[in-house]
Design a protein. Sequence first.
Lengths: 212, 212
Amino acid sequence: MAEENAFDKSVDQTKLRILSAAAKLFDGQGYNGTSVRQIAQEANVNVALISYHFQGKQGVLEVLITSYFDTFFRLLAEQEEGESTLSAFERLVRNVSLYTVFQRDHASTTRLIQRELSVESILAREVMTLYSQRWKHIFASVIEDGIAAGEFAPVSVDAVLLAMSSLLIYPYLNPQSVREVYYLEPLSDEFCEWLIDSTTQLLRVLLLPDAR
Amino acid sequence: MAEENAFDKSVDQTKLRILSAAAKLFDGQGYNGTSVRQIAQEANVNVALISYHFQGKQGVLEVLITSYFDTFFRLLAEQEEGESTLSAFERLVRNVSLYTVFQRDHASTTRLIQRELSVESILAREVMTLYSQRWKHIFASVIEDGIAAGEFAPVSVDAVLLAMSSLLIYPYLNPQSVREVYYLEPLSDEFCEWLIDSTTQLLRVLLLPDAR
DNA sequence: GTCTATATGGGGATAGAC
DNA sequence: GTCTATCCCCATATAGAC
């Protein structure tokens, strides 16, 4: 299990420095607004090392995207173990909570991914769409289970999920507005709790229209 | 006399062609991902005319932003005339409906503005933040009126508005995901109706927790 | 694995002719 | 108001020395 160990001293030090610098800069300035020179400077490494380790700027973006989603799916799988005894609604809320906190803990990558996802010309868009579909499928399964068990009303799963993702994602896509316009701090614990709570309320209304 | 006349035949033809081409390209590729040469080609005008008419690429973006918001605020002001007899909730829903349809009718500009708003290094960001605050203030006033009149629960206006904007904006920021992941068409009438309806339901839950 | 130096192309903007 | 030609800067990527 050590063969794909990503912590092999100096090499990975450099790779990690590049990834971390790139995440920060892509986050703040956008992918196209960031140059490899900036990344190299921010990471305190030589420019050529970016091409050497990641085959260019796009390679850096792709690694950021894949490790972001892979980490999330791993965490989710861990949480889902032995969750089968819970109700569909409880499982849904647990997944929402995990995702919210995950976004908070990976705020830079979250913002840059969600932003670049809305750019059509980005080459990594297909990768992202694939992950988005996998993301959706996970949440959709829980809702479909709930509908099949009669726990949820027979709603449009797609519509519910879109509303849910809007609530969850937008604040982390545009934290600047959250701070400067709404005077809330998206990185705070209170904000996460509020966001989870609001989303739960919406889901309750949409999925359990009779129960109140 | 004609010093400020913006409808001067050929000049305005050119300016409009540039604006329209820029909106399309900024929308699809992002501001930084679009070159003035591309804009000129798409608009079928000479590259130099962009600098001549708009003092550069950034000037084009600024005009797009200001006319977008100015148009929306004008439409909103027209609608709000003689609305004072309505309840706060009804006024809120009317404003939500107007904004949703406006976003749909100006989908390219909506997406590009909302995306660039999340980029810190964009020079036009201060302009956008200013408009965002004005936008928020309009919706906030209605909610505050409702609270003062005892129609709404004494909620956190900021929190409610953030949830509302998340629902309204996200689908127009990322219409690709809406189409490819959720199989919904954000430009359709049915989608607008659904979005207005979902938002109304959320607002009802948050603002009128007792009434049902 | 890291660095220097360079190749090659494209970016935005403008001077000056028409 | 429009176009041509050009300026200058910066982008990414790589070849080759260490």
